[in-house]
Write a protein that binds this ligand. Structure first.
Ligand SMILES: *Cc1c(COP(=O)(O)O)cnc(C)c1O
Length: 484
């Protein structure tokens, strides 16, 4: 009997003991890799031989798993994106947690499909979604699901907003008249624009309203635009407030937007990809007042909650409207009253995906291990660090903030005086690139009112104030080297 199975070809290890030993070694290496992240280069260019290794054709024959792992060690591990490193401040990333890794590991071992069904993984995701509702102060009756990230979360919420506010059966009819309008600020994230395009409204279906000096949406201009559009025969349906814009971390006045939505009978959606999770931080929470009045919130857990990619979440107060937007049950997905195919609300009825990975487990394990308050402290510390960096910038005559500090995002530039705008932009771009290429740190960049700036999104739970001392020192050293 045993012999029969030994010779029966499957994808399981041929030698379980050997495979287990390899996995143990990987765990040891992975812990060392994470623990010593500060000592390795934050980022480095891949040499030619490494690049060529990715051009070989389809492997048709087996290799030893040990050899495959060796290749990973040689060609992949030394060339990371860098976002585990405490000095990674580009775009907006989380830095991972070991408990998140453990969750992802078991999610892959268990390998359930979270489309639906009566099994424990489904309950884990339901519980995680309930916790997110608690965090953003939504009622328990709200619906929600985990998605790949903020882009999909915004898309799902905006689809519900469109379908509920259209006032007719848009799923059957399609758009009767292309006159529905969403509103957001000029600082709104590009994924919201992609969403209105995919929802059939075209980019013109998202009106971008000017911002104030602090990059929050100008409420008067928003009100005026809505009136003008109504007079022109358009149909305003939704306002998107951003809690933490990607450029500068600005938080729109959510309460004011909620008031307009109430008065005009509009859907209130919050793009909280960056900032909604900061409800866990005592410092930021007061600035998010009004989020609890939203009809829907999109947030990311792979940003400021540090979960390994990918995981975001959408929550919707009108759970019926949510289900009506996405539910479609053919005969092969019909539910039973008992057994595996039972259960009321399947996640596949609340989003585009049918097959879904067990994203919830890493969140469930991390929140249980650390507790939400510790995550909140990590967020608050990043905010303090943003002000620490801001103070360093203000201390030096040759440095200047280019925007007010929003949450944990600091935008500044080196300006030794007497240079033109073009020269300053070129100089700061070169400083930023050299800091990166010398593997000192990995700050981000953006351009604000025509000014190129070094942008630090400080969302690492490993970073210390000393790291910003080093950054500022490097800006001066490199800046002076580059001056004629
Ligand atoms: C990152 C971000 C998104 C997109 O989220 P993904 O997880 O990258 O899909 C949307 N909105 C804002 C404000 C963001 O910062």
């Amino acid at each position: 009997m045993g012999e029969l199975f030994d010779n029966y070809e499957t994808l399981d290890p041929k030698d379980w003991q050997k495979s287990k030993a390899l996995m143990h070694k990987m765990v040891d290496d992975a812990f060392d890799y994470t623990q010593n992240v500060r000592d390795r280069k934050i980022w480095q260019e891949m040499p030619e031989n490494v690049l060529n290794s990715f051009k070989t054709g389809l492997p048709t024959q087996p290799s030893d798993a040990e050899d495959v792992y060796k290749e990973l060690q040689i060609n992949v591990l030394p060339y990371p994106m860098g976002n585990l490193h405490p000095r990674f401040w580009a775009w907006y990333m989380g830095s991972g947690t070991i408990s998140g890794v453990m969750g992802d590991f078991w999610a892959s071992i268990l390998n359930p499909n979270l489309g639906g069904g009566n099994h424990a993984a489904h309950k884990v995701e339901e519980q995680v979604v309930d916790w997110i509702k608690e965090i953003v102060e939504f009622p328990k009756s709200a619906s929600g699901l985990l998605v790949s990230g903020g882009s999909m979360a915004n898309y799902a919420a905006m689809a519900v907003a469109r379908n509920v506010k259209a006032g007719y059966d848009i799923r059957t009819e399609g758009l009767k008249e292309n006159n529905l309008v969403f509103y957001g600020s000029t600082e709104i994230h590009s994924c919201n624009t992609k969403a209105v395009e995919l929802l059939g409204l075209g980019t013109k279906g998202l009106k971008k309203i000017k911002v104030n000096d602090d990059f929050t949406i100008n409420i008067d201009a928003l009100k005026k635009q809505i009136q003008l559009d109504k007079e022109a025969g358009l149909r305003p349906i939704c306002i998107i407030g951003t809690s933490g814009t990607v450029n500068t971390g600005a938080i729109d006045d959510l309460d004011a937007i909620a008031n307009i939505c109430k008065q005009e009978n509009l859907w209130f959606h919050v793009d909280g990809a960056i900032g909604a999770i900061a409800m866990l931080s005592d410092i930021i929470k007061p600035q998010l007042k009004g989020i609890e009045r939203a009809d829907s919130v999109a947030l990311d857990l792979h940003k400021w909650l540090h979960m390994p990619f990918e995981v975001g979440c959408v929550v919707v107060k009108d759970s019926e409207g949510h289900k009506d937007t996405f539910s479609l049950i053919p005969e092969y997905l019909e539910k039973n009253t008992r057994g595996l195919a039972s259960g009321e609300n399947w996640f596949s009825e609340y989003g585009l995906q049918l097959s879904r990975r067990f994203r919830a487990l890493k969140v469930w394990m991390s929140l249980k291990e650390h507790g939400s308050e510790r995550f909140g402290r990590m967020i608050s510390r990043n905010v303090d660090q943003a002000y620490y960096l801001g103070a360093l910038v203000n201390q030096h005559q040759d440095l200047e903030l280019i925007a007010p500090i929003g949450m944990d995002i600091v935008c500044f530039r080196y300006n030794p005086g007497s240079l033109s705008l073009d020269e300053l932009n070129a100089l700061n771009k070169e400083i930023k690139l050299q800091i990166e290429e010398r593997a000192i740190a990995l700050p981000g960049y953006t351009t604000i009112n025509g000014m190129y700036c070094i942008r630090c999104a400080i969302s690492s739970h490993r970073v210390t104030n000393e790291d910003f001392d080093e950054l500022v020192k490097s800006v001066f050293i490199i800046g002076k080297e580059l001056l004629p």
